[in-house]
Design a protein around this ligand. Structure first.
Ligand SMILES: CC(C)[C@H](C(=O)O)[C@@H](O)C(=O)O
Ligand code: SF4
Length: 469
């Protein structure tokens, strides 16, 4: 009998092309997702070397970060920098024979929403993208790494990636999630617990009853933010829910190949007794809805809590950095989270821009109005999410409440297009990063779940979604 292996060990072993004595490994890459921000120099490198893309059929390109989200975007992109990047991707995809979804294609959307939606993301695969939130695809039991531009070029040219094996970490979330507490709250709580460096050097496998009970959308939310906990990738073992989600997707296997694939996918789980270098256990029953208060995703507190006092932190450097965060955020220790008024609401991003997120937000605001002091927008994660939401009448619920209903893209998650906060504006956002300036110069971001963001839009301040009527 061979030694018991983790899910990560299995996928890694299955893709190993070569291992050097110093532990440097060459991994075969099954799927490569490409967007406009991190690919221009990579394609340019191939062009200069006179190389083709090694496996164009394993590569899929889509524009997301720079595309405007207003309906007039089909008349041309006005911002020159954005237009150049978008045009470059279109040209590169054409020149190198890579399938490409432009802003005119309804399959277009945020790369991490598009991959699963198309059945391009499948269990057991190695998946890369020049984007840190590639960890999202781990929700399918795929080993998904964010890579840098030089690695993008390497993968385009060779379909392999140089990697050293990471350590194994298990995050188990036991028990049942209380009403009103979501996947977003789980992952914010985990990052609050382990810190933004907590997963460094590890691949995290998420397990336990609360994780298993999540939908595929919820699992993607959890894996999406693994990277904010410092880990190299996040993984959830595939199960019937995973297979159900994939079945019938445009690029999913069919017929006999489907049966063979499912038989293989069923082997993708950690063996009994496999070794984890680190284990963290959380009890779902204790989790509240969570709001971030600072400028790092680890700066989180219960909605029932108050802005913490950095003076209680022992470490001097950390204390100073948390004071700086409070200063940036314009907050005072001791302020109740529910007393914090907001100016903007952003519902979208690869963390929470899927259909289930929009349903959750719409359910909260149905028949209600956005507060007069708040401006709120919904940016569906893809054209297909948008189409589905419209078929269900969610767009009408949002518009009737006073939300703007936009075209798909990254939008105000990182403000590379015109969707951005003004200096000093405070935003309840369903995205994944609250770094300084992330949503616009001097903008103040609070990370929350879609339901919490929607409730805050109506109330004009944060509210405990468990008390919502
Ligand atoms: C632009 C891109 C490289 C970046 C990333 O790697 O994550 C972006 O998607 C982000 O979320 O900050
Ligand atoms: S939605 Fe945000 S986090 Fe996701 S890929 Fe786009 S910019 Fe990055």
């Amino acid at each position: 009998m061979s030694a018991p292996r983790t899910l990560y060990d299995k996928i890694f072993d299955d893709h190993l092309v070569d291992r050097q004595d110093d532990g440097t490994c060459l991994l075969y890459i099954d799927r490569h997702l490409v967007h406009e921000v991190t690919s221009p120099q990579a394609f340019e490198g191939l062009r200069m070397a006179g190389r083709p893309v090694h496996a164009p059929q394993r590569t899929l390109a889509v524009v997301d970060h720079n595309v405007p989200t207003t309906a007039d975007r089909l008349e041309g992109i006005k911002n020159e920098e954005s237009r150049i990047q978008v045009e470059a991707l279109a040209q590169n995809a054409k020149d190198f024979g890579v399938e490409y979804y432009s802003e005119r294609d309804k399959r277009q959307g945020i790369v991490h929403i598009v991959g699963p939606e198309q059945g391009f993301t499948l269990p057991g695969m190695t998946i890369v993208c020049g984007d840190s939130h590639t960890s999202t695809h781990g929700a399918f039991g795929a080993l998904a790494h964010g890579i840098g531009t030089s690695e993008v070029e390497h993968v385009l040219a060779t379909q392999t990636l140089i990697q050293k094996k990471a350590k194994n970490m298990l995050v188990r979330v036991d028990g049942k999630l209380p009403e009103g507490v979501t996947a977003k709250d789980i992952i914010l709580a985990i990052i609050g617990e382990i810190g933004t460096a907590g997963g460094t050097g590890h691949v995290i496998e998420f397990a336990g009853e609360a994780i298993r009970s999540l939908s595929m959308e919820g699992r993607m939310t959890v894996c999406n933010m693994t990277i904010e906990g410092g880990a190299r990738a996040g993984l959830i073992a595939p199960d019937e829910k995973t297979f159900e989600y994939i079945k019938g997707k445009p690029k999913a296997p069919t017929g006999e190949t489907w049966d063979q694939a499912v038989a293989y996918w069923k082997t993708l789980h950690t063996d009994e007794g496999a070794h984890f270098d680190r284990t963290v256990v959380l009890d779902a029953a204790n989790l509240p809805p969570i709001v971030s208060w600072g400028s790092s995703p680890e700066d989180v507190v219960s909605i029932q809590g108050v802005v913490p006092n950095p003076d209680e932190i022992q470490d001097e450097t950390k204390r100073a950095s948390k004071w700086r965060a409070l200063d940036y955020m314009g907050l005072t220790p001791g302020t109740k989270m529910t007393d914090i008024a907001i100016d903007r609401v952003f519902i979208g991003s690869c963390t929470n821009g899927r259909i289930e997120d929009l349903r959750a937000a719409a359910a909260v605001i149905e028949g209600k109005k956005v507060a007069s002091t708040v401006s709120a927008m919904v940016v569906p994660g893809s054209g297909l999410v948008k189409e589905q939401a419209e078929a269900e009448g969610l767009d009408k619920i949002f518009k009737d409440a006073g939300f703007e209903w936009r075209e798909p893209g990254c939008s105000m998650c990182l403000a590379m297009n015109d969707d951005r906060l003004k200096p000093g504006e405070r935003c309840a956002s369903t995205s994944n990063r609250n770094f300084e300036g992330r949503q616009g110069y001097k903008g103040r971001t609070h990370l929350v779940s879609p339901a919490m963001a929607a409730a805050a839009a109506v109330a004009g301040h944060f509210v405990d979604i468990r008390d919502w009527k």
